[in-house]
Design a protein around this ligand. Structure first.
Ligand code: ADP
Ligand code: ZN
Ligand code: ZN
Length: 652
């Protein structure tokens, strides 16, 4: 197996090294850390050149068989060398030859696993917990589909209690670091004496190593972390939870491009334990897995807190209600009413970087590809339209082919001026902006959010960062300003993501006794996404989307992978991609598209392009990728950087 890329070493007489041990070995001019994965009888390496293992490291528990199995799976599925996969999964300190920090290797005090339930569970919550805990000790995958505020977190807490009582460990994966403080506080309050370890990439070296070792020794009861936590060994793993399972941050976008959600399901299988995927707006992959009978669905259709109701959602037709500065009259009136009542409003800007699409503001026409169903992407630099799906090209039309309007422009112009506009329209109102730029530091963000919670703001302008998890008691209105850029996106996942983010942001309105209101401004009020949103009907939306995906031949009904490359000249990049796929040859079960340049083709001096591959059969695609990657690892030309992305979710 070329991909395994294993290196052989001799075990000196008298030294014991078991599979899973970390060892120091000579590698090139230096000593490096390796992991023992096999005890072969013989080696292909000339005995005279075979080097000795320097030392076996006994400062950390050996890596358990289940962990090695997970690594082998990830290495094979994502087509990365096994050694690279394993080392990337270790915290930096464990892959260095330096001694471990003393603190990290100390044994903790006796754990107190008492559970302090935050609330008396509702009937629905009790049923959900019972369904999950009935399966402890065996593999079962649950989709916990609960509207925002339905008490999913409380279900996790109760189910974890049952897992801990059986002597198990629990793993809880969450999307964002910025979410963890609030969630962490809830966990610590519910388990005041239990060893809970946080795991995320922003942790310093020592706490990160300490958390990993505690989990690996089995001392930690609950691991609460972002996607990388799925790679930590938990010898007594008894329950896996993935909260907000639809979130794109579970997919690693560099190095080993794994899906932590998919890895979590695989881990639960290896550990023979249940996995709970929770979301108000599950990914369509997960939804389809439920349809296919692989997952069980548990529904929480109502908010848990007594009297709490889902907000009223209204759609404002921008064709009938012009909004020259971004605010339509109905939205402006609604904001004014909140200001008079001393309540807060949130103006939400969907600021995902979608590729620009050429559109007509007069009639709603948008440039589409003639060869496939995708929209064309506007490449402003050379004034061309390109289909990022099939590679077709076209000139920019002089006028709208439908209505003759000559003022065609890219959709998705920035609306960052909204803060200024609000200050001008509502003098005296306290406007607070929260986005990645205004909240560069975690501490700043936390302080701003706390100030908002304390009522020190009237109008909030925010992006995705504000959509999730935060609880603002005084907030009763959410205005959505620019939903349409996502509807026009070339990315078939855009509607799914738009629905998810709108449901999330809508969930911020009226969490307490006042019922919240959500106003969505759009030029496409007839879009089925909005009617589903108004009804709080994720199921209806998901079914309609799945039908479209099925008809168009998109995931989850087919499987995809992308080969991406970059080189200093675009021709070099495109030649590499053409030659790579030509070398593998045609496969009747795998469709290989032409290479396409990325929308921002040049980045850091490199010209980037990709080839998309599709198949109805996951196995056929995997076999194709195995051949392709073996070829690439053998023949990789100098000057071209490349990687494979299996089950890609980002295309530009
Ligand atoms: P979700 O994770 O589904 O968004 P949460 O678990 O955060 O929901 O619960 C939403 C709100 O409802 C929280 O303020 C929580 O304290 C409250 N809550 C949850 N379960 C109950 C319950 N059984 N009784 C009263 N309040 C509850
Ligand atoms: Zn037009
Ligand atoms: Zn096309």
């Amino acid at each position: 197996m070329p991909l395994a890329k294993l290196f052989d070493y001799r075990l000196p007489d008298g030294m014991q090294a078991a599979i899973g041990d970390r060892v120091a070995v000579p590698f090139g001019a230096r000593a490096r850390i390796g992991i023992v994965v096999e005890h072969p009888e013989a080696s292909d390496v000339d005995p005279a050149r075979l080097k000795d293992i320097i030392a076996v490291r006994d400062d950390a528990p050996a890596l358990p068989p289940q962990w090695l199995e997970l690594m082998r799976f990830l290495s094979a599925y994502y087509h990365r060398p096994l050694g690279e996969t394993m080392l990337a999964a270790l915290p930096p300190r464990l892959r260095s030859t330096k001694a471990l920090p003393r603190k990290a290797t100390q044994q903790p005090a006796e754990a107190d696993l008492r559970f302090a339930p935050p609330h008396e569970p509702t009937l629905r919550q009790t049923e959900a917990v019972a369904a999950i805990t009935a399966r402890l000790g065996s593999f079962a995958a649950f989709l916990l589909h609960g509207v925002t505020g339905s008490g999913k977190t409380e279900v996790y807490l109760q189910a974890i209690d049952a897992a801990l009582q059986r002597g198990g460990q629990a793993m809880v994966l969450v999307p964002e670091i910025s979410l963890t403080p609030q969630l962490e506080a809830r966990f610590r309050k519910a388990y005041p004496g239990a060893p809970i370890a946080l795991m995320h990439s922003a942790l310093e070296d020592v706490p990160r190593t300490t958390a990993w070792l505690g989990a690996a020794r089995g001392d930690t009861a609950i691991v609460l972390g972002t996607r990388l936590a799925v790679l930590a060994p938990l010898p007594r793993l008894a329950l896996v939870v993935v909260d907000e399972e639809h979130d794109a941050s579970f997919k690693q976008q560099e190095g080993l491009r794994y899906s932590a959600r998919d890895a979590a399901v695989y881990r639960a299988k290896l550990a023979n334990c249940p996995v709970v995927l929770g979301s108000a707006t599950p990914s369509l992959e997960t939804w389809q897995n439920w349809h296919a009978g692989r997952y069980e669905r548990i529904e929480l259709a109502e908010r848990a807190a007594p009297g709490a109701e889902l907000p009223v959602v209204r759609v404002v037709d921008l064709r009938a209600q012009p909004a020259p500065d971004g605010l339509s009259a109905p939205l402006a009136q609604a904001i004014q009413a909140r200001l008079e009542r001393g309540e807060q409003s949130l103006l939400f800007l969907n600021r995902r970087g979608y590729a620009p699409v050429l559109a007509c503001e007069a009639c709603g026409w948008a440039a589409g590809c003639e060869r496939c169903t995708a929209r064309m992407v506007l490449h402003a630099a050379d004034r061309r339209l390109r289909c990022h799906h099939c590679g077709a090209e076209a000139r920019i039309p002089r006028a709208c082919p439908t209505c003759g309007n000559v003022d065609l422009r890219p959709m998705g112009r920035g609306t960052q001026r909204i803060e200024e506009i609000l200050s001008a329209r509502f003098p005296g109102a306290r406007v607070v902006r929260v986005d990645r730029d205004s909240a560069r530091k975690r501490a700043d963000l936390a302080r701003t959010l706390e100030a908002v919670r304390q009522g020190e703001a009237d109008l909030l302008v925010g992006t995705q960062l504000l959509a999730k998890g935060h609880d603002f008691p005084g907030l009763t209105l959410v205005g959505v300003l620019n939903a349409d850029t996502a509807l026009l996106s070339t990315d078939y996942r855009a509607p799914e993501r738009l629905f998810a983010v709108l449901a999330q942001v809508a969930g911020r309105a009226g969490r307490r006794d006042t019922r919240g209101e959500v106003i969505v401004q759009t030029r496409y009020p007839g879009h089925s996404l909005f009617s589903a949103l108004v009804r709080h009907d994720f199921s209806g939306f998901a079914e309609a989307q799945l039908e479209e995906r099925r008809a168009a031949g998109f995931p989850p009904f087919i499987f995809e992978a992308a080969l991406r490359a970059e080189a200093t000249r675009l021709e070099q990049t495109l030649d590499f991609l053409r030659e790579a796929t030509a070398a593998v040859g045609a496969d009747p079960e795998v469709r290989v598209f032409d290479p396409v340049a990325h929308i921002i083709t040049r980045r850091a001096g490199y010209e980037r392009a990709q080839v998309l591959m599709q198949s109805r059969s996951r196995a056929a695609l995997q076999a194709y990728l195995a051949t392709l990657s073996a070829h690439l690892f053998d023949t990789a030309p100098r000057g071209v950087r490349w990687h494979l992305d299996v089950d890609p979710i980002e295309f530009d």
